[in-house]
Each structure stands twice: as C-alpha cells, then as structure tokens.
Design a protein around this ligand. Structure first.
Ligand SMILES: [Zn+2]
Length: 814
C-alpha cells in the first residue's frame, strides 16, 4: 500500500492563509492524490509500467543526446561550448523530471533518484546568482541565440520594439516549478524546490504594477505558480499568477488571439489561437476562480468551456484543428486528415476538465477528460513507450507525413514538447480516479486499483476490480470499516445514458446503451443520477461489495450537421473508446468502406493483437467502380481497432469517420493498369494526395475542387514529375491526363510543357514517336507513343513561371 507525502496534479490539500481579512480557499472538491491510488495491473498498470520503465529513461537519453542537459552544464561553466537547440528545450528536461518524480513517488527506484540528484545539481549550478535560469542567455549573455532577445524577459511575448518573438523564459521556469513541486513531494528533498523558489522570487520582483507588465508568451508559469503557492503557502506566488493573467489583453506584448492576448482574460469567451497556450491559460484561470472565488474568471472559463465542448472538440477529445499556428479552428471546423490535435493540447484538455470538475462537481467534465484521455492523448505514445505522435489526425492516407514529417510515430523531434508531456502526464492519471467533498467519495475514472481515500479525519480503503475500458463491469470492495457513513458517487458516463458528449456537437445515432445496473451486497439499488453521478449513502463496512455495470454496446456517433467534414458519416465507439478502421485490416484501403446504420457490429476480444484489444467486427460494404465507370457496393467484412493503438502496423491508411452511404465513399478503382499501379511524385502538397491520380473519380472541369486532387503546390516554375510503378512489366501505348487548373481562385495552371519516360527495370528512356504534349484545360489530353513494355512510367512537367500545377486524373492505356 502506498502511503506517502501527498501529491496532486491540479489541486491538493486546501491551504488556508490569513492574508489580510481574506480567507483563501481551494477547489470545493479535493482530488485524491495519485500516490494514494495503487493501480493493479489491467489497462493502466501496463501503461504506467511502460512509462516508468521505458518512456522516462528514453526521454532522458534523448535529452542527453540532443544536448539539452549539456546546456545546463555549459551555463554552469562545467563544460565549454555554445548553446545547442532551441531556447525552450530547457522545459523538456523539467517535464521529464516531473514525470520521473511521479514515478518515484509510487515506485521507489534508487537509480532514478540518484540520476535526478545529478541532474538537479547541474540545473542549480546553471542558475544565475539572482535566480535567473535560462541556459540560452546564461551561455551567451550578450547575444542569446534563437528566439531570445538581448535583454531578459522583454521578448517573452514579443519585444518592446514591436518585433514578434517569444523567448519562453517564463514557460521554461513554469515547467521548472511543476517539476520542483513533484520532486519535493516525491522525495522530500528541497534541492529543486529551492531553485524554483529563487526563480519565482526573481519573477515576482520584476513583474508588478509599474514594473514589468507584459504577459507570458506561452502560458504555463501561471498554473505552476499556483502549485508553488500550494506547497510553500506563499501568497506572493498566487498573486503573481493572477497578475500575469491580468497582463493579457492590455496592449502589451503580441496583441494577437494566437497568444490569447487579444482581450483581458475575464472578457474572453471563446477558445481561440494556439491551442496549448489558450488551454494552459484557462487552466490557471480555473485555479484562480476556485482559490480566489473570482466571479468574472468563473464566467469566462464557463464560456470558454462551452465554446470548446460545443464547437471545437474532435470526437477523440483533441483540440486545435489547424496545423497553421497549431491553432484552434473556427466553430465546427473539425477536419479529419488535416486535423492537428496536438498531443499536448489533448493533455491540456484533460488537465482543464479535471479542474472544471473539481470546481463544479459535474460529471460531464470527467466525461470529456475520459474521452480525450483514452483517445486523443493515449494515441500520442506507442505501446512500446518510445515512439510519439505530435499530431493526431482522424484520417490518414498512409503517405502524407502529417506527424512533423513522419507518416507514423517518430522516435524524437526537435520540438519535443509532446513526448515529454506524455512522460509526465501518464503517471498522474490515477490522480483523476477519486475525489472527495464532505462525506462523499467521487469515482471519476474506472481503473483496477486499491485506493486509500482521505475522508475528513478518516480513510476509506477501496478496491476496484475491473477490466475497463474493455468491459463495463466494475466491482468495488470496501477494505476497512473505519469511516462510518459516507456516500459513494459513481460517475455515469454520458455514453451510458444516450449522450455522446455534453453538448450537441456529437450525438449517438444508435443504439442507446442499456441502463447501468447497481447492486450493493447483491441487492439491486435504483440508479438515480445527479450531476452525472449515481450516489449510494450508507454506513459502509469492511467486506461490503458494490457491483456496477455500464453496458457497452457498439455505438454509432454522428457529428453536428455544421461539421461539414463529417456530413453523412459516423464514428464507431464502445464505452469510452473511439474506434477507427486501418488498411491493415481492410486490404490496404479504407476510404471505400461504407458502414450503413443497420450493419451489425460485435465486440471481440483479441488478446494477441496490439497488446490485447477489443476489436469491433461485422458487416460493411465497399464502393467500387465497374468497367463502365459506374459505382456499385458489395458486402465486405469490417474490423475496427481502438483509435489510440492505430499505426502500429506500418504506414497505413486510417479513418475514424465512416460513410453511412456510398456517396461519401471513394470507390475502389476498376483494375486498370493505372488503378493497380503504385503512385509516386516529386512533391505532394498536403492535404492533396497522389492517390487522386488513379482514383477514377472524374472531374467536371479543370477547376473542380470538389474531388480529390493532386498538386505540386507550393512549388512554382520548377520541373516536377509523377510516376506509376507497375506490379509487373506492362505494355503501354498511350496516356490520358486531366490537368488541375484553378485560374481565378488559385495559382495552379496547366504546365508549360510535359514529356513521358519509361523504365525498363534498369534505366529511364524517352517514349518513341510521342504525339504532341496535351496541355488543354477541362478535358482528358490523350498522348500516344510507340507501344513498349515497361516497369514504370513517368510524366515530367515544366511548370509555368510563377505558377504551380496539378493533376485530377491520369489514365494509362495499353
Ligand atoms: Zn506538444
């Protein structure tokens, strides 16, 4: 049984200080620290162990190999050399320390403890005498590299000369404070905490009315100062957090929505701009609303939550629709293949919704937390613990490198915020499982565990036995009888009562889940749900047993009609899990699939697949082209896997949202030469796709933007090519090309010239006796040549000067 110093992720024991006449409170609901929740095997046991044994050490190794840790040694003059990397890299080291400390708190590990001691010694040595800690500047005091300005702080949110930039000086130390609090609580050592306090005292001396009044360029320090306040009891840190929030929207720093700096925070009512920035900001606002009872902040966070849940959340719980600026989209802008959904933004959404629950007591916030946790966050790390998604789209063609240049999870990347955020977030998950208020014990997450839950002066010891999320049966056993009468409050997830999400953004099409069932010591108890929880109050005794069953049918979920990307489509869900289809289970393709509303799907346990998952199996149809070009449907089997484990079987087309009828499907091509060829291109503009070349979807005109297209955008005036690789030597005598040309709306034109070459398996040759190049708009351009047997055919173009180009369809004829 774990019994150690308290730790919390969002809020912890209430700290009462007498600052003037004001009584400072904390969240009305107090989370049970994760150190008090011992996870027993099951779904989370495996994930926690992988994070502890693999991810934390792997991330430290990457920080070493990429010079992130040496930067501290260089700043401390323990070794020579210049700064390496990006100035916000310091934060990565702090985040892994935080994750390592969380692991240490539940799993003593002398080797890890000693490693942290050595690392913290370097960090402490890198701190300047007045508390300043930012290795890029300390190594290069006069000319810090990258995004830092010559003067401290001034470039944290754009420098004072109006030049935009963001040094992340405050962001970095924000993660330092979180790491320091975690390390102190895990080990009782003050080494890193003292570094954090020196830094925070410096920031507190520099910021204030009449002093520095610029906001942070990337919020994070605000919520971490709240944690530092809780552990030190020093009111200055709480006031500084609020002051930094109040600096926003006052005309200082970059005045853009992208930085959540377009309006004073209490006037903000939509989640806009950079997703992680805005959600970290609103996490801190929620803390301030709870601790200081700030009414305008409460109103603002409620409005921003409504905007997020009603307009901007992917079905996986992911946030931030746009690659550009890593930004929130407009209302209902929820794309699939192009969706960004940064892993960090998913983590931020979970952290925020936990806070919203602690503030409001409403289960709907934990529903959102659970949705993003099991889908949009867990997808961010491989089952092996050492491969990562930064970007979490809802569809992939298996070739577009959506993930920072990768089509699958990468081993590491220059901007490593997401891998290290995973490393610190996963071990904190058991801290979302329980919370208390008065004599009530809330069960927020269902996970196999034994918890020692502080309840007033008592402790409730509760075992959960469950195979959740694979199965909705949960058994609770009361292991002590010290606590007298109290209320057990079981979260009734929205999906169990016919509500996909707590808004009209998504709805369950069918079927409704059978009602939850509850028994206490074998006696049925009527389930009465209030604020998303079913409560049972009694004098509990050792040996009391509660059987709680949340039936988990396969459910079809549709998006609000205003989400254009998903009109006519459904997502498959079971319990808290969102499912997807992968090429690996569907003959290499997924966009041809149609899942009719009455198709039968059943859950099936597959212990040997993807670490042991429950798949969905059943009927579907696939659309295909007949020889005459018409489209038909034929029956086909469908297997869907949990979204969070997709992309473990090679580069692989994937889709979450499936067509309900043939009109939204991409029919399989008739088995022509082109239709069976592998497509290559010198360059493909995402989200355009080379698959458009042979998809047999016929354009209405060269400017047809309603069908899939291929373009070389944004290359202009260059020589480019596309190529068909044939599976076996094939005789070809002509081609037909339908050029993309969006004159009037874009900068793609029919190319200046084109030519064909063929490959004999060894080298390229020009085609013989070629007809004139066909370069006309709004039609297929046929080009003939002497028939020849080839292994590949290449179409090379010279783009017009100043213009790009593209192709809607490329046929090959024998
Ligand atoms: Zn990230």
């Amino acid at each position: 049984m774990v019994k150690s110093v308290w730790i919390s992720c969002a809020a912890a024991v209430a700290v009462r200080l007498s600052a003037g006449a004001e009584e400072v409170k904390d969240y009305p609901i107090q989370p049970t620290p994760f150190t008090a929740v011992k996870v027993e095997d099951g779904f989370w046991g495996a994930r926690l162990e992988t994070n502890r044994a693999v991810t934390v050490w792997y991330a430290f190794k990457q920080c070493e190999e990429t010079g992130r840790i040496d930067n501290f040694a260089k700043a401390a003059r323990l070794m020579p050399g210049s700064f390496r990397g990006t100035p916000f890299d310091d934060s990565d080291v702090y985040k892994v320390i935080e994750g390592a400390a969380y692991s240490l708190a539940t799993h003593p590990d002398p080797k890890l403890d000693a490693y942290l001691d050595g690392l913290i010694a370097k960090i402490a040595a890198a701190q300047e005498p007045d508390g300043y800690l930012y290795t890029a500047r300390t190594i290069h005091p006069d000319n810090p590299p990258g995004i830092a300005s010559p003067k401290r702080w001034l470039n944290d949110c754009g420098d004072l000369k109006g030049k935009y930039g963001d040094s992340h000086e405050l962001y970095n130390v924000g993660h330092l404070y979180e790491a320091a609090v975690a390390h102190y609580q895990a080990t009782g050592k003050r080494t890193l905490l003292d570094v954090a306090i020196r830094s925070a005292d410096l920031v507190a001396s520099v910021w204030g009315s009449g002093k520095l009044e610029i906001p942070s360029g990337h919020p994070e320090i605000e919520l971490s100062l709240v944690k530092l306040y809780r552990v030190t009891g020093k009111r200055t840190y709480l006031d500084l957090a609020r002051f930094l929030l109040e600096c926003r929207g006052r005309g200082k720093g970059i005045p853009l929505a992208q930085y959540a700096n377009h309006k004073p925070v209490s006037e903000q009512n939509e989640l806009v701009g950079h997703a992680v920035r805005s959600v970290y900001m609103v996490c801190a606002m929620t803390d301030i609303a709870a601790i200081l009872g700030d009414g305008p902040y409460r109103k603002a966070v409620d409005a921003m939550w409504f905007d997020m849940a009603s307009h901007k959340m992917a079905v996986t719980g992911g946030l931030g629709a746009r690659h550009g600026g890593e930004a929130m989209g407009d209302a209902y802008e929820l794309p699939n293949a192009e969706a960004y959904n940064e892993t960090c933004a998913g983590i931020a959404n979970a952290l925020w919704n936990h806070r919203m629950f602690l503030l409001s007591g409403e289960g709907k916030h934990l529903d959102v937390l659970e949705r993003v946790l099991y889908n949009g966050v867990l997808s961010g790390v491989s089952l092996s613990g050492d491969r990562f998604f930064y970007v979490n789209p809802l569809a992939s063609d298996g070739t577009y490198p959506f993930n920072q240049g990768h089509t699958d999870r990468f081993p590491w990347t220059g901007c490593a915020c997401c891998p290290v955020n995973i490393a610190r977030f996963i071990p904190s998950v058991p801290g979302f499982a329980y919370a208390t208020r008065g004599r009530s014990v809330y069960v927020g997450l269902y996970l196999a565990s034994v918890a020692e839950i502080p309840l007033g002066n008592d402790t409730v010891t509760l075992r959960q036995v469950t195979d959740y999320p694979w199965n909705g049966k949960v058994r609770f056993e009361v292991l002590n009888d010290a606590a007298g009468e109290w209320e057990l409050k079981l979260r009734v997830p929205g999906w169990a009562t016919g509500e996909a999400v707590p808004s009209d953004l998504y709805r369950i099409v069918s079927p409704a889940a059978p009602a939850p069932r509850l028994t206490v010591n074998g006696q049925p108890v009527r389930v009465v749900t209030e604020q998303g929880f079913a409560g049972v109050t009694r004098t509990w005794k050792r040996g009391d047993a509660v059987e709680w069953e949340l039936p988990m049918p396969v459910q079809r979920v549709a998006a609000n009609g205003k989400v254009l990307a998903n009109a006519g489509r459904v997502a498959l869900e079971r319990g808290p899990l969102v499912y997807c289809v992968e090429g690996a289970d569907q003959g290499g393709q997924v966009t041809q699939l149609v899942s009719a509303d009455d198709a039968v799907l059943k859950a099936e346990r597959r212990p040997s697949l993807l670490g042991g998952v429950t798949v969905l199996n059943g009927e579907a149809a696939e659309a295909f082209h007949r020889e005459d070009g018409s489209v038909a449907l034929r029956p086909v089997g469908l297997t869907a896997v949990p979204y969070h484990v997709w992309c473990h079987r090679g580069h692989n087309p994937m889709a979450v949202w499936l067509p309900r009828a043939a009109d939204k499907a991409t029919p399989l091509p008739y088995p022509t030469l082109a239709g069976q060829a592998k497509v290559l291109a010198s360059h493909t503009n995402p989200p355009d796709t080379a698959a458009a070349l042979n998809d047999q979807i016929l354009p209405a005109k060269s400017g047809d933007t309603s069908i899939p297209r291929f373009t070389w955008w944004d290359r202009k005036g260059t020589v480019e090519w596309v190529q068909y690789d044939f599976s076996k030597p094939s005789k070809v005598a002509s081609v037909e090309v339908y050029w993309f040309d969006d004159e009037g709306i874009g900068a793609c034109r029919v190319p200046q010239s084109c030519k064909l070459t063929w490959h004999d398996g060894t080298e390229w040759h020009p085609v013989a006796n070629a007809s004139a190049p066909g370069l006309r708009k709004d039609r297929f351009n046929r080009m003939t040549f002497d028939p020849v047997t080839m292994s590949a055919l290449r179409l090379e173009v010279q783009l017009q000067p100043e213009f790009s180009g593209g192709i809607l369809e490329w046929r090959v004829l024998p």
